[in-house]
Design a protein around this ligand. Structure first.
Ligand SMILES: [Zn+2]
Length: 277
């Protein structure tokens, strides 16, 4: 997919399953199960979709759940990496060593799990050996000082080894990461969660990360119970979704099981996503 001077290639690191109730917050199951059918453990299928951006440099935004989860977690989340990030990168004609920038929306395990790998000697090393990793300073602070409610999401093995290896760049605010690629803090899901605006050739695409994890989340009140600050998610979504409709942003849905990207359309007050990929 070409956006001016940027080439955007949706990747996959497979699928995992999360509790459907937790994924839709205050929305009753009677409503969400029509959009996201649940299994016998009330879990719904979720995609893991990092985005490859080729521009001035080769960048990957988030890196999936990775291969380090233990057997218990693999079972709880029904992780399916039959087609993992390596296969996906290979299909795109790129190797992990070609990646020059790894950009994090935030540091939860389903986004940062693929940042590091085991080295065979019991250690943990950066997966992308030639890359600088970029995250928000305050997200790093939160990830390294977890509390009871977010501890299960922040696994030190995914990000501390990057700091130890000296490959982590922390940025304190909204800014351009490379030409045409800009991060914008949304808050909500985590206090310093960010989305990525991709702007080139007069068009805009957005990597929405956990602001709108699936196409079922474009309606304003469809907000995850996982969000630490759901009212901040709501406030950001109100403005953002309006803008996305009016300006025809191409939205990348990181966790949608079927649709990698699409346009939000509005027909008589009802929002829907027109799939583009
Ligand atoms: Zn997520």
């Amino acid at each position: 997919m070409i956006l001016g001077d940027l080439e955007l290639i949706p990747l996959t690191d497979g699928y995992f399953y999360l509790d459907g109730g937790a994924m839709f917050g205050v929305v009753p199951k009677a409503l969400w199960q029509r959009r996201a059918p649940s299994d016998d453990r009330n879990r719904i299928r979720m995609g893991l979709r990092p985005l490859l951006v080729r521009g001035e440099k080769t960048m990957i935004i988030d890196a999936g759940i990775g291969g380090k989860m233990d057997a218990r977690s693999q079972e709880i989340y029904a992780i399916d990496r039959a087609h993992d990030l390596d296969a996906s990168l290979a299909a795109a004609g790129v190797s992990a060593d070609d990646v020059e920038i790894v950009l994090a929306s935030h540091l939860h395990f389903d986004h940062a799990g693929g940042f590091t790998v085991r080295d065979g000697a019991g250690g943990l090393v950066p997966k992308f050996r030639n890359a600088r990793y970029v995250a928000r300073t305050a997200e790093w602070e939160d990830a390294t000082h977890p509390h009871e409610r977010n501890r299960a999401s922040y696994l030190a093995e995914n990000f501390v080894p990057l700091m130890d290896a000296g490959v982590f760049d922390l940025v304190p605010d909204d800014r351009e990461i490379m030409p045409g690629v800009r991060v914008v803090r949304t808050g909500g899901h985590t206090m310093h969660h960010q989305i990525v605006m991709l702007e080139s050739g007069g068009r805009t695409a957005v990597f929405a990360a956990d602001l709108m994890p699936t196409t079922a989340h474009v309606d304003e009140p469809w907000i995850m119970a996982y969000d630490l600050y759901p009212m901040d998610t709501l406030a950001f979504k109100r403005t953002f979704v309006r803008e996305a409709i009016d300006r025809e942003y191409l939205i990348f849905f990181e966790h949608d099981p079927d649709v990698a990207a699409g346009y939000i359309r509005e027909d008589q007050g009802r929002k829907r996503v027109e799939p583009a990929v």
